[in-house]
Ligand binder design. Structure first.
Ligand SMILES: *[C@@H]1O[C@H](CO)[C@@H](O)[C@H](O)[C@H]1NC(C)=O
Ligand SMILES: *[C@@H]1O[C@H](CO)[C@@H](O)[C@H](O)[C@H]1NC(C)=O
Ligand SMILES: *[C@@H]1O[C@H](CO)[C@@H](O)[C@H](O)[C@H]1NC(C)=O
Ligand SMILES: *[C@@H]1O[C@H](CO)[C@@H](O)[C@H](O)[C@H]1NC(C)=O
Ligand SMILES: *[C@@H]1O[C@H](CO)[C@@H](O)[C@H](O)[C@H]1NC(C)=O
Ligand SMILES: *[C@@H]1O[C@H](CO)[C@@H](O)[C@H](O)[C@H]1NC(C)=O
Ligand SMILES: *[C@@H]1O[C@H](CO)[C@@H](O)[C@H](O)[C@H]1NC(C)=O
Ligand SMILES: *[C@@H]1O[C@H](CO)[C@@H](O)[C@H](O)[C@H]1NC(C)=O
Length: 712
């Protein structure tokens, strides 16, 4: 989890910098600036780790070495511990293998070509064959969706790597590193520029079962990591209690990248979600009564790490009793009942079953500028008649106009729909399933890279894809019923506003407006301060982050304790509350579905809070009206984990699954400083050097002071 405290350290250091200039260490700027950028963070899985780390709790100090070209790299002969400053183009598996194991203590990589890329750092078969998630994608994992992938994201680097913000920001470090050129290592005279990289994420050998099961010296459980996850959202157009077949439309909410700070996921994450929500909105014009089929919309969280959003959903969908040991009937802002063992926010999933799902459509990466044509990837193991109907509903939709066609890939891309077809786990191999995508045989190079930015997207491409999906769902669900409902139209203004919001500011008016009725209801229900608001990311990253804190539903009992399993001895009463306050992105997603899919009463009543709505199963939704409750959160964490009573403790029930976790950490960061070494003769340095040393010591103490949690 990213900590803003690095910025504070930078500020402290800069105080000294101004004084140091007077010391004239060199003609340049003898400062010790903090390197702003995105760090590669370490994650654990069931048998090991990926990402980057340092084993030195106090941070690693090493000489900066400028590696500007492949020739520099080929001729590199390190003689002391070093941090390589290099363009990201040189970050390849072959080059990484060449780095001196003993002396390479960190990398500072910088972009050289603005905001576009011809490659990314993910695997050739993302979440497929040869990756940690490969076992979860047994049928389609051998297809190389990402041919320009450099396959570095599944590696474990025994040194920190930071992606510097930009080429401009990197210039000063390149300059300092090149000043070290030719400065001998053993010199007792002259300044050498070093970097300080503090990235301690636990000992060298670590995995998720170990860090989740960690106990402290008193023998008490004290996990040093949390599961990657969060809250998915899903909603229903129609009525799950009817026997009508179900069509499910889905999209992933999250993305992945080498650094979770630089995981914008505008195309890989946001575009599909925006299209899905805009489709749900467009179907508002179709009355529930004219549907021959029920439509479920699902936005799955944390798909990039073990497909956990879709897999948890399916695990609970297919399990006897929906994996719930105790249903508690009580009115909360989430509905009329929930599960007490383990605590979940809703039991709505009990109305759905896999056999009711007649077809599944996913929407994926539909926003790239210049996307005029869309491809439909279909399940090759499904019955052809079902697939034909599904494909026709899109290809022959009136907005398609020849721009939508069946893909030639013959495979299915990684995403939530893979879980629905994986019969080795919870899915149905012959499910009638298709993905509407902006790519045909391979993903764009920006996939899972820091350059998957909104600036390379075109909202009109998303609008078009959403329009095709909306017409398809309309055809499939309304079909030849005698309905006179008119075909849905996607709101292009809504699409572009939503895209800007999700990719830049989760506190934007659109997201706030949709979320307000739910947030106000929670503030009232949990008696929170009136200004409480779900958490946001700045800058926005669509990395899902971890399933913990307010993103993990708990029952708060009358003694104030929050538990993940309500003890049998506890009779639920109104002095207990159900606590779940997902982040602003997740809160918005569910709130939006609730507003788009719920049925308004014939005389709509206005409301401020859900409790203002009369009648059962009503929810107060945007724009402050009561509607039939239609949308729910669903936990996204690995089905290989089970909750224990104490919130935040998990036991491993299946260690053969990836079980992604992120270690707890607080202060991490990189800064650069001039090391005067034993420059005794350099009396002239005087106070400048003293200040630098002081600054360095202060910074170390500052870093230590804020290390809230002692790590492993
Ligand atoms: C790249 O994108 C970032 C964020 O959108 C922006 O701040 C920056 O100016 C862009 N850089 C270039 C070279 O286009
Ligand atoms: C992937 O596996 C399927 C089924 O085993 C096979 O038909 C297909 O040719 C394989 N594709 C590749 C690219 O290896
Ligand atoms: C949908 O409409 C039917 C009647 O056509 C009604 O029975 C049902 O409650 C409605 N469902 C919702 C979720 O409003
Ligand atoms: C799997 O899907 C096929 C095609 O939709 C369907 O005929 C079959 O009944 C489904 N199997 C199960 C177990 O739901
Ligand atoms: C898009 O599809 C149309 C109609 O099939 C075709 O004429 C056109 O060349 C395609 N455009 C691209 C960029 O592939
Ligand atoms: C509706 O009925 C017409 C005429 O029977 C048929 O041609 C068409 O394919 C049907 N459409 C759907 C979606 O079933
Ligand atoms: C389209 O969306 C915008 C932005 O949310 C909204 O102001 C407008 O009323 C919507 N238009 C229609 C026709 O619903
Ligand atoms: C893209 O993101 C930038 C900030 O990163 C924001 O200022 C801009 O409005 C966004 N543009 C679009 C088209 O979403």
């Amino acid at each position: 989890m990213w900590s803003p405290r690095r910025a504070a350290v930078g500020l402290l250091l800069s105080l000294c910098v101004s004084m140091a200039v007077g010391g004239a260490v060199t003609a340049g700027s003898p400062s010790n600036p903090v390197v702003s950028g995105g760090e590669c963070v370490r994650l654990f899985h069931s048998t090991g780790d990926v990402g980057c780390y340092s084993l030195d709790k106090k941070g690693t100090q090493a000489r900066l070495v400028n590696v500007a070209t492949q020739e520099d790299l080929n001729g590199l002969a390190l003689k002391e511990t070093s941090i390589l400053v290099l363009p990201e183009t040189l970050l390849t598996k072959e080059n990484v293998a060449k780095f001196n194991q003993q002396y390479t203590k960190g990398l500072m990589v910088y972009p050289i070509s603005g905001n576009s890329t011809t490659y990314n750092l993910d695997a050739l078969n993302p979440q497929g064959k040869g990756t940690i998630d490969g076992a979860l994608n047994p049928t389609f994992g051998n297809y190389s969706w990402n041919p320009v992938g450099r396959d570095l994201m599944g590696m474990s680097f025994a040194y920190p790597v930071i992606q510097v913000q930009s080429l401009d920001a990197a210039q000063q470090f390149i300059k300092l590193a090149s000043k070290n050129d030719g400065v001998p290592t053993d010199s007792s005279f002259g300044v050498v520029y070093r970097g300080m990289m503090q990235y301690y994420f636990g000992p060298a050998k670590m995995d998720s079962p170990t860090c989740l099961g960690f106990t402290n010296i008193k023998g008490q459980r004290s996990p040093k990591c949390y599961p990657v996850g969060g809250q998915s959202s899903w909603g229903v157009k129609g009525d799950l209690t009817s026997s009508k077949p179900v069509i499910i439309a889905m999209a992933p909410m999250d993305t992945n990248a080498f650094s979770h700070v630089y995981a914008p996921g505008a195309n890989a994450g946001a575009s599909g979600l925006v299209a899905l929500l805009a489709t749900a909105d467009a179907l508002k014009s179709v009355p529930n009564s004219s549907l021959g089929k029920t439509i479920v919309f699902a936005a799955f969280q944390a798909e990039s790490y073990g497909f956990v959003g879709s897999r948890r959903f399916l695990a609970d969908l297919t399990a006897k009793g929906n994996n719930c040991g105790r249903i508690i009937t009580a009115t909360t802002p989430f509905g009329e009942s929930f599960c007490g063992n383990p605590v979940t926010s809703s039991m709505a999933i009990s109305g759905l079953s896999l056999s009711k799902i007649e077809s599944a459509i996913a929407i994926d990466q539909v926003g790239l500028s210049g996307t005029t044509n869309f491809s439909i990837h279909t399940n090759p193991n499904a019955q052809s008649s079902g697939i034909e109907t599904l494909v026709d509903s899109m290809v022959k939709s009136s907005s398609a106009k020849g721009s939508v066609s069946k893909s030639s890939s013959g495979s299915m891309p990684p995403g939530p729909i893979i879980s629905f077809m994986n019969d080795k786990e919870y899915g149905n191999a012959s499910l009638t399933a298709a993905v509407l995508a902006g790519y045909d045989t391979s993903f764009p190079p920006s996939y899972h890279s820091r350059f998957d930015l909104n600036t390379s997207l075109d909202a009109s491409a998303i609008t078009k894809a959403a329009q095709v999906l909306a017409e398809s769902l309309f055809t499939l669900a309304v079909g030849n019923t005698s309905s006179t409902a008119s075909a849905p139209t996607v709101n292009a203004t809504l699409v572009s506003e939503m895209l800007i919001c999700i990719t830049t500011n989760w506190n934007c008016p659109l997201m706030r407006d949709y979320s307000t009725p739910f947030v106000n209801s929670m503030i009232d229900y949990l008696t929170l301060t009136s200004t409480s608001w779900p958490s946001s990311m700045q800058p926005v990253s669509l990395y899902s982050s971890v399933y913990s804190g307010n993103r993990l539903p708990t029952a708060v009992l009358s003694d104030g304790s929050g538990v993940a399993i309500v003890p049998d001895s506890v009779t639920w009463s109104s002095s207990n509350t159900l606590n779940l306050f997902p982040n602003a992105y997740e809160t918005f997603t569910r709130s939006f579905l609730a507003s788009a899919l719920g049925d308004a009463q014939s005389n709509p009543t206005t409301c401020k809070l859900t409790k203002d709505c009369v009648g059962t199963n009503q929810e107060c939704v945007y724009p402050a009206v009561c509607k039939t409750r239609a949308a729910y959160f669903h936990d996204a964490y690995s089905p290989g984990l089970a909750k224990e009573k104490v919130a935040g403790l998990f036991k491993v029930v299946n260690a053969n699954m990836p079980l992604w976790t992120e270690p707890n950490w607080d202060t991490i960061g990189t800064f650069v400083y001039p090391d005067p070494r034993s420059t005794i003769g350099y009396v002239a340095l005087g106070s400048g050097v003293l200040c630098l040393i002081l600054g360095y010591l202060l910074a170390s103490r500052f870093l230590a002071h804020f290390r809230k949690q002692k790590l492993l």
